[in-house]
Design a protein around this ligand. Structure first.
Ligand SMILES: Cc1cc2nc3c(=O)[nH]c(=O)nc-3n(C[C@H](O)[C@H](O)[C@H](O)COP(=O)(O)OP(=O)(O)OC[C@H]3O[C@@H](n4cnc5c(N)ncnc54)[C@H](O)[C@@H]3O)c2cc1C
Ligand code: FES
Length: 385
């Protein structure tokens, strides 16, 4: 039944006429052409150009860069995801992933928090050369290191090493701000007390919310330091969380941290499937990884020939992707930790070392594909891009 009041709405006759035409001849979707692609691009952009609106000094060695878009709200993301920041440093074009530390509910900006590393290349550039008002080129939000309500428990044990706390800041801020039903134990390992990023905020939040327990763990404490010291051990975890059953573990930090912490977590009888991990970049010294051939030294040098292209020098101790970029060859990259497969290329000749567990698809392995961000030359190579 058509209420008469509708007929009085402006444009009513036109809508009825259009509906009749569509019924008779079908709908013309050509006017919508490109609209879906445009929508998808806005939600999952390949590249963004974001302005540095603010730079916040977190500790003497870490800064938060608050990034805004000239086009209004930023694409949605899941707490725990990262963006890759692309930059040109001298003649080298490269990128590095940085987790978003702001909560997803704040769509007006993204925060990334960058910590200085020894001999850092991109971190050094960001911390020393980037100013308020500069534009950073980034990917859209990426990655799978986030809470999944179907797979994960609502009791979450978070283990962070150094800057590995950033994705957890996003998760904790989101949950506490939005009153989500989740409980967190955050263990944050750092070398010195002054290096622990977000410490004041986390202490404040832990004092206010009963569903957050914050446990900083300091490797080299000053005399008289009263908190937990050394490494994040099974004993410490058990003391804080009690029974590990019904809890999901998230671990994020440098590769060295995994070698110590994963066996500790497993010793608490946590099933491997309940441990989610994100590795923050390549290990400092790859030759200490299991399976590295003893006869190859990290500073051994080789030649990498690109089929139909140029030849470049490469070092055994550096990921092949770094050698390519240093040699002026830019290929797609995103996670730089072997996960996303953007940097895959075909190895035609020669041997590389790929750390155990690098997730190269079986069919890729069979056809000689490698992830160049997690592949280290062991002799001269020929590759196909
Ligand atoms: C998913 C993910 C999220 C991350 N989130 C964060 C985060 O929130 N905060 C954070 O601080 N870090 C984060 N990281 C780590 C971050 O991506 C970088 O690895 C870190 O900032 C160190 O980068 P760097 O370039 O300074 O040092 P490295 O990555 O150690 O770079 C040094 C490398 O650059 C090479 N290099 C040096 N000089 C040159 C040159 N002239 N040309 C070419 N190559 C050169 C060196 O050989 C060496 O391999 C994250 C990593 C991952 C994987
Ligand atoms: S850049 Fe993601 S696998 Fe290499």
């Amino acid at each position: 039944m058509r209420p008469d009041i509708l007929t009085k709405i402006e444009g009513y006759d036109r809508v009825v006429r259009e509906r009749e035409t569509c019924r008779k001849y079908g709908t013309d979707f050509s006017v919508e052409r490109g609209a879906v692609e445009e929508y998808v691009r806005r939600l999952h952009p390949d590249r963004m150009h974001l302005k540095v609106a603010e730079i916040i000094e977190e500790t003497p060695s870490a800064k938060t860069f608050r990034l805004v878009s000239p086009n209004g709200p930023l694409p949605p993301f899941q707490a725990g995801q990262y963006v890759c920041v692309y930059c040109d440093i001298g003649s080298v074009r490269t990128g590095r992933p940085y987790s978003l530390s702001s909560p997803p509910g704040h769509r007006g900006y993204y925060d990334i928090t960058v910590k200085a590393v020894e001999d850092g290349f991109v971190s050094d550039h960001l911390l020393n050369d980037i100013r308020r008002g500069d534009i950073l080129e980034t990917s859209g939000p990426e990655g799978h290191f986030h809470f999944n309500p179907i797979l994960h428990d609502r009791a979450l044990v978070l283990l962070a090493g150094g800057s590995g706390v950033t994705p957890f800041m996003s998760m904790i801020r989101e949950s506490l701000e939005s009153g989500l039903e989740r409980t967190f134990w955050l263990f944050h390992g750092d070398r010195e007390p002054g290096e622990a990023m977000f410490r004041e905020e986390l202490e404040r939040l832990a004092a206010r919310f009963t569903n957050l327990r914050y446990i900083p763990v300091i490797e080299n404490p000053s005399p008289g330091y009263g908190g937990a010291c050394g490494y994040i051990t099974a004993d410490l975890i058990r003391r804080e969380i009690g029974d590990a059953a019904g809890k999901t573990f998230f671990i994020c930090g440098p590769g060295e941290m995994y070698r110590f912490c994963i066996p500790e977590i497993l010793s608490l009888e946590v099933p491997a499937g309940k441990i989610r991990r994100e590795v923050f970049g390549p290990p400092k010294s790859i030759s200490r990884s299991p399976g590295w051939p003893v006869e190859v030294r990290e500073d051994d040098r080789f030649i990498v020939s690109v089929k139909g292209g140029k030849s470049i020098p490469a070092k055994a101790g550096e990921p092949l992707l770094v050698a390519l970029e240093r040699g002026g060859i830019v290929i797609p990259s995103l996670c730089r930790s072997g996960e996303c497969s953007q940097c895959r290329l075909k190895l035609l000749a020669g041997r590389v070392y790929q750390p155990e567990g690098t997730p190269v698809r079986r069919s890729d392995r069979q056809h000689g594909y490698i992830h160049s961000c997690a592949a280290y030359p062991l002799e001269d190579l020929e590759i196909l891009l």
